[in-house]
Ligand binder design. Structure first.
Ligand SMILES: O=c1ccn([C@H]2C[C@H](O)[C@@H](COP(=O)(O)OP(=O)(O)OP(=O)(O)O)O2)c(=O)[nH]1
Length: 127
């Protein structure tokens, strides 16, 4: 199969429904693996409907799928809601998008270039 796509939904490849209790996290299999060229990465993002309605989101958002990873793609879900949430077999649990990752040259320097911001951060310009 081949199709042009910027991303797609990820489905829970579980044989039985899986229950996520309040505050609980679980790694959910998706039943597929992929290979990508080194200039790409894939990101796993939550579905807003599950987050809004049930508090179900991806804990490590966005999850990173490295270009050289050949294992099964898994989704780390957490239940931030007050009620147990049951993940059904084949349910859409997250979405995956692809990103170009620039290849950069890293090196050590003794001084950094100056900027107006300098080391100010974490709200130093106000609330
Ligand atoms: O939501 C995720 C995040 C990661 N992975 C897989 C693909 C990724 O390439 C690999 C490693 O992920 P990451 O680099 O985030 O993990 P790490 O904690 O840095 O572990 P490692 O030492 O294996 O790199 O695990 C998933 O299947 N789902």
């Amino acid at each position: 199969m081949s199709a042009a796509a910027s991303g797609f939904d990820l489905h829970a490849a579980v044989s039985e429904p899986v229950v996520l209790g309040p505050g609980e996290r679980k790694l959910i299999p998706t039943g597929f693996a992929l290979s990508m060229p080194p200039e790409l990465e894939a990101q796993i993002r939550p579905r807003s409907g599950l987050a809004y309605k049930y508090g179900i989101t991806t804990l490590n958002s966005p999850g990173t799928i490295d270009a050289d990873y050949r294992g099964e793609v898994k989704v780390l879900l957490i239940n931030h809601g007050q009620e147990p949430f049951t993940i059904q077999r084949n349910e859409r649990i997250a979405q995956m998008v692809f990103q170009l990752v620039p290849q950069i040259q890293l090196g050590e320097v003794s001084e950094l270039t100056e900027t107006e911001r300098g080391s100010g951060g974490f709200g130093h310009t106000g609330r």
